[in-house]
Design a protein around this ligand. Structure first.
Ligand SMILES: [Fe+2]
Length: 170
């Protein structure tokens, strides 16, 4: 399952959806998934896995919202959004399993992520973004953090901070 770099999943050109912003976010999701391997080997395993789950939840929320801004006007948006919602539900289920200290949670999480990322990107995302310029133009200027001021160079950082603030009710 692993490649020569010890990664379970490696981004390749065939995963490109033709929009740089989306490709970069997918690469980050691949990196996060590969980090799970290291978290599993970490002596402080449980804490690493907890941090991983929290980061993964925050980043997927950010990424899905960024995609939805781009394709929200398309007739297929409903189905695509439903797949995103299903992913979040599955991740919540796995997180609940982690809190209940279920066995083999890390292996189940890893296989879920690898399978979902490959299937979703190669089928749903590529089909959605195949008319890249049309999708990009419609979503121009919009981003998940556009309703909040973002002073940082990395917009994902603002989104994650705002999400955490909302969770804490700040
Ligand atoms: Fe998607």
């Amino acid at each position: 399952m692993k490649n020569e770099e010890g990664n379970v999943i490696k981004w390749k050109e065939e995963y490109s959806v033709g929009i740089r912003q989306v490709d970069e976010q997918h690469k980050r999701l691949f990196d996060l998934t590969n980090r799970l391997i290291k978290a599993r080997k970490d002596p402080a395993g449980r804490e690493s896995l907890r941090v991983f789950l929290s980061e993964l939840m925050d980043y997927t929320h950010y990424h899905f919202q960024a995609e939805e801004v781009l394709f929200g006007h398309l007739p297929t948006a409903r189905y695509h959004k439903a797949e995103h919602a299903q992913f979040i539900e599955s991740l919540k289920g796995l997180t609940a399993g982690f809190l209940r200290e279920e066995r083999n949670l890390d292996s189940r999480l890893l296989s879920f992520l690898v399978t979902w990322l490959r299937d979703h990107i190669l089928k749903t995302d590529k089909r959605t973004f195949k008319h890249g310029p049309v999708v990009r133009e419609a979503g121009k200027g919009a981003s998940p953090e556009s309703s909040d001021s973002c002073p940082w160079a990395v917009p994902a950082a603002c989104f994650i901070l705002n999400t955490q603030k909302k969770r804490k009710g700040i």
